[in-house]
Each structure stands twice: as C-alpha cells, then as structure tokens.
Design a binder for this molecule. Structure first.
Ligand code: FES
Ligand code: FES
Length: 166
C-alpha cells in the first residue's frame, strides 16, 4: 500500500461573504483549515469528537461541528465563522452585543460556538420559548457560566432583533 500523502484537493467556498479558493488535504477538518490555513482562530477546538460545540460554524446557515466536518465537504457552500458575524459597518451583531450586555461568558472559549448556534436558532425561529432555546443550545457546553446568562442573552437578542425588524 502506498504511504504517499493523498493529493491535495481544491476547495472553493464562500467564507464570511468572500469567495475563496484554497487547497487542502482530503482528511483535513474544516476547523483545521479555518484555524491553521486561514488564520480564523475564533473557531475554537476542544473535545474534537463533536460533543462540546466549541467548534461550531454555520454551513449554509446551519450549525455544524467543524472539528469533525471535513473541509472538502464545504466545497460550493457558504461558511460563516464568528469573524464573519459582525455587521458590514464593523459593529457587532446584536447576538454578540447581547452576550456582552448579559455577561454571558467568562473564559469565552465556548462563546463563538454559542453565538453561532444562537444565530442559527433565531434565523429559523425568531421568537423561541425558553425551552426551545435550551433545547437548541444543548449541543453547546459551557464550563463557566451556569447557562442562565446565556439564555438571558439569547432572550435579549430576540427582543433587539424584533425591534430592528420593526
Ligand atoms: S471541538 Fe468540536 S464539538 Fe467539541
Ligand atoms: S465561558 Fe468558559 S466555557 Fe463558556
């Protein structure tokens, strides 16, 4: 059996509103490519086995664990990381601001994944109940906050986004 490294594959996708083309190895995960090739270190890696949610990014608006999602699977899709969430005028996305306002983090390691999961929820269901928030967020683990402030932040984001929609 050949011990040669597999040939790199070309990967084209939209990342944070920009079209990009890179080469990666077929076995590389999306989190490795984002962090090590594209310097987007806002995507955190913790468990590496799709349990904690720290590595959550959005692919076509849906949350995925980028620690187990192979980079080449993103070919032709739209990927959003925490770096792509701010508004075009560089102000924070309302969900980011609400996490700050409600002190919804301490070490912050889980926060990018939390915020992206919350965005996927609110894009799909702009007015979730607390139970729906808790159920949706149960794939994102936090060792610091006790979760109450996170639910409060998402609840506040619901109101802010509602007001912005008018
Ligand atoms: S690092 Fe991916 S789910 Fe934990
Ligand atoms: S704020 Fe530390 S893990 Fe969530």
């Amino acid at each position: 059996m050949s011990k040669d490294k597999p040939a790199p594959v070309e990967l084209r996708f939209e990342l944070n509103r920009k079209d990009i083309v890179i080469e990666c190895e077929p076995q590389q995960t999306l989190s490795e490519v984002l962090r090590n090739q594209l310097n987007l270190t806002g995507t955190k890696i913790s468990c590496e086995v799709q349990v904690c949610g720290a590595c959550t990014v959005l692919v076509d608006g849906l949350p995925v664990s980028s620690c187990t999602y192979l980079a080449y699977e993103a070919h032709g899709h739209t990927v959003t990381t925490i770096e792509g969430l701010e508004n075009t005028d560089r102000t924070l996305h309302p969900i980011q601001q609400c996490f700050i306002d409600e002190f919804a983090f301490q070490c912050g390691f889980c926060t990018p994944g939390m915020i992206l999961s919350a965005k996927a929820l609110l894009d799909d269901n702009p007015n979730p109940t607390d139970d729906e928030i808790i159920h949706h967020m149960d794939g994102n683990l936090c060792r610091c906050t006790g979760y109450i402030s996170i639910v409060k932040a998402i609840r506040k984001a619901v109101e802010v986004l509602k007001e912005a929609r008018g």
